[in-house]
Ligand binder design. Structure first.
Ligand code: C5P
Length: 304
């Protein structure tokens, strides 16, 4: 499908990292209450939709995407179903996903595709940008999908779906070290519960003034010791090789390295983009798939 296909709508959505992720004990629904610093990064998936006789999903990427389902269990297909159920009947669509965000990597790639599909299908079918409806649809698709929709920076609470936008003055520079392997988010949460055993754990009320100040100012030196991920011990326990990736990223001169979300992507923090590129180059020499990126203030939006 070329970008000239008549009637086609293309929407981009960013990947995310969690600069802080505090996880409480699961509630009665089985979900874990969170307090998290969501940060969109300058890595984008694009979703193109065009009406067709039947529903199809095609995925294009420079890496292995064979684990992504191409049927109703894909969130973009589910987005089509939910729009049909709640916003009005729409014809089947040919959906093409151009992937750059690592698959099952803890960077909300599937959620980004879902948010992009919601916007693209709404636009294609002239459903109007009623943001409340679209936000509710995104929430129904998954805990991270509302953030994928708005992007930028936000403090997340609830399941991660209750968002408070956060204004930052300066971007941060990161090294994204992606893995050939994947981790299942529900399994990582379950494993965390096993590691923790009995006893009720609550999330803190606030990310703390020091964290919020360093995040806002893009002060990587001050932020580095404050990065935090409660899911990291569970991810590392399920994939012990991650310990080495974390050590190697730190040894390549990143200010610090943590697991992104439920992993297995590892993020390193750098002073600036040049520093991030140097760290990424050192890791690439050691055969890691490492990229230097900056954070972005943008969210899901239609491509030109
Ligand atoms: O919301 P989403 O479908 O993306 O979540 C995937 C799984 O991750 C959930 O079924 C649940 O097992 C786990 N999860 C959780 N607590 C959250 C978010 C996700 O336990 N806050």
């Amino acid at each position: 499908m070329s970008s000239e296909t008549p009637g086609m709508v293309t929407v981009r959505a960013p990947g995310k990292v969690n600069l802080a992720l505090h996880v409480g004990s699961p509630d009665l629904t089985g979900f874990h209450p969170l307090l998290t610093a969501f940060q969109a990064v300058d890595i984008w998936d694009s979703v193109s939709v065009v009406p067709d006789d039947e529903m199809t999903i095609e995925i294009r990427a420079g890496f292995d995407v064979s684990s992504i389902p191409l049927d109703e269990s894909n969130l973009v297909w589910r987005a089509h179903q939910l729009i049909n159920e709640h916003l009005g009947e729409i014809p089947p669509s040919r959906i093409t996903i151009d992937k750059a965000i690592p698959v099952s990597g803890g960077m909300a790639g599937g959620s980004a595709d879902a948010a992009a599909a919601v916007i693209a299908l709404a636009e294609l079918n002239s459903l109007g940008p009623d943001t409340t409806h679209l936000r509710d649809l995104c929430r129904a698709l998954g805990s991270d999908v509302p953030f994928s929709l708005v992007g930028g920076s936000a403090v997340g609470r609830g399941r991660g779906d209750v968002l408070e936008p956060f204004r930052i003055e300066q971007p941060l520079s990161l090294i994204i070290v992606s893995s050939d392997q994947t981790l299942s988010t529900p399994e990582v949460y379950r494993h965390l519960d096993v590691i923790r055993g009995d006893g009720k754990i609550s999330v803190p009320d606030s990310l703390g003034d020091d964290f919020l100040h360093a995040w806002r100012e893009g002060d990587a030196i001050a932020l580095a010791p404050l990065l935090h991920n409660d899911l990291q011990p569970a991810a590392v326990s399920m994939m012990p090789a991650l310990e080495r990736v974390l050590d190697d990223t730190a040894a390549a001169d990143a200010l610090t390295a943590i697991v992104s979300g439920s992993g297995p992507t590892v993020i390193g923090l750098a002073r600036d983009l040049e520093h991030a590129s140097e760290v990424a180059a050192k890791l690439t020499e050691q055969n890691y798939r490492a990229t230097a990126v900056q954070t972005t203030a943008l969210g899901t939006h239609r491509s030109q």
